[in-house]
Design a protein around this ligand. Structure first.
Ligand code: FNR
Length: 368
């Protein structure tokens, strides 16, 4: 019953029982032993909120700014590949829901709807484009040009995937993009780029990326990108203060703390654990974003208190999408907005700026 779905976990449970195995394995999995996959959530639950009382919370707002642009909520949807496996409308449904909410939508390079189709579906949405760098650099250059032309307002370079993580279920069941779908952004560039067929052994995704993505990507490529586009650049997948500092020094617009939803290097910290050192390192020189394991408004509140400017999530939107397309994503986003607003009220905050670092501590604080 649709009205029984009152939290993001309810949508996840529904998706687990309704999605075909190929899609569910792909969406759900983390890398290897999935240590970081559990940690992303556990680390958030180990933080405690220190609420303030008697603060008149009649007039509250969740509005903030992302890369200088006004948004209604301090959250958005991370880039996730191949969304039409969840619902026939895929990325189009997702972006429309985000546009309605007034958040940020990041489109994956490996999407099943094209840069232009997504722009047309939600012309006024705050849309950013996520980049993987192909060995054939002209492919990446063309993607950047198309994103610029279609009104995307930032490029999100994923830096944690020089090779792809080993997601065991995908390897076991030889993940493939269903044959009626295509990697829409690569259309016209040959079958080897638009199809992701079953590999001879293992995951079709890993075969695709090993063949086509450039493993040599390094800091000079950040400059390479900056040399031919004026779009703000976000580095997604940073987990250390050292890399955050290098990015800030190169003048990126934001550092995006992420472990790729625990799908790349297993054993890395939860994103929420890595966030504070990154915030300290960049010292306000650029914005800081975070994703990984966020599924409640209280989770979002905690990251904002620890210094994130925006919080993103991938899977929760996919669970909504697989439930009922645009409506499902809208419901998931609304749940998160209402939960965040309620958390703010109960913690004594009227605005995102009121959510300060003294309001969140690690649970060890109380056993001292
Ligand atoms: C991803 N992620 C991802 N990241 C990216 O930069 N490009 C991509 O194409 C994808 N594709 C992708 C597919 C799926 C199914 C998942 C679950 C994730 C990582 C994504 O952007 C984000 O970092 C995580 O999803 C955040 O974790 P949660 O919110 O899913 O826990």
């Amino acid at each position: 019953m649709a009205d029984k779905l009152v939290c993001v976990d309810d949508f996840e449970r529904e998706a687990r029982s309704s999605l075909p195995r190929n899609a569910l394995d792909y969406y759900r999995s983390g890398a290897d032993e999935e240590l970081t996959l559990s940690l992303n959530k556990e680390a958030l639950k180990r933080l405690r909120i220190r609420p303030r009382m008697l603060r008149d919370v009649t007039h509250r707002s969740t509005a903030t700014a992302a890369l200088g642009e006004a948004v209604s909520v301090p959250f958005g949807v991370s880039p996730t590949a191949m969304q039409r496996m969840a619902h026939p409308d895929g990325e189009l449904a997702n972006v429309r829901a985000v546009a309605k909410m007034g958040g940020v939508f990041i489109l994956s390079t490996l999407s099943t709807s094209s840069i232009e189709e997504v722009a047309e579906a939600a012309p006024d949405a705050t849309r950013w484009f996520q980049l993987y760098i192909y060995k054939d650099r002209s492919v990446t250059e063309q993607l950047v040009r198309r994103a610029e032309k279609a009104g995307y307002r930032a490029l999100v370079l994923t830096v944690d995937a020089p090779v792809f993580g080993n997601r065991r279920a995908d390897a076991r069941h030889k993940f493939a993009l269903p044959s009626h779908l295509r990697l829409a952004n690569l259309e016209g560039l040959g079958q080897e780029k638009t199809k992701m067929s079953s590999a001879k052994s293992g995951s079709g995704l890993n075969e695709y990326t090993n063949k086509l993505f450039d493993q040599s990507v390094n800091w000079k490529d950040v400059e390479w990108l900056k040399s031919f586009t004026t779009l703000p650049l976000v580095l997604k997948g940073v987990l250390t203060k050292e890399d955050a500092l290098m990015g800030a020094e190169l003048g990126v617009a934001a550092i995006f703390v992420s472990n790729h939803g625990a799908r790349q290097l297993d054993g890395v910290p939860a994103s929420i654990e890595a966030l504070p050192e990154v915030v300290r390192a960049v010292k306000g020189r650029c914005q800081v974003f975070v994703d990984g394991g966020f599924s409640t408004g209280a989770d979002i509140f905690k990251a904002l208190a620890l210094g994130a400017d925006m919080v993103f999530f991938g899977r929760p939107a996919l669970w909504g999408l697989s439930h009922s397309g645009q409506t499902g994503v809208e419901r998931v986003l609304n749940i998160l907005k209402v939960e965040l607003d309620r958390t703010m009220a109960l913690a004594g905050c009227n605005s995102v700026k009121d959510i300060v670092k003294e309001m969140v501590v690690h649970d060890t604080y109380y056993s001292k």
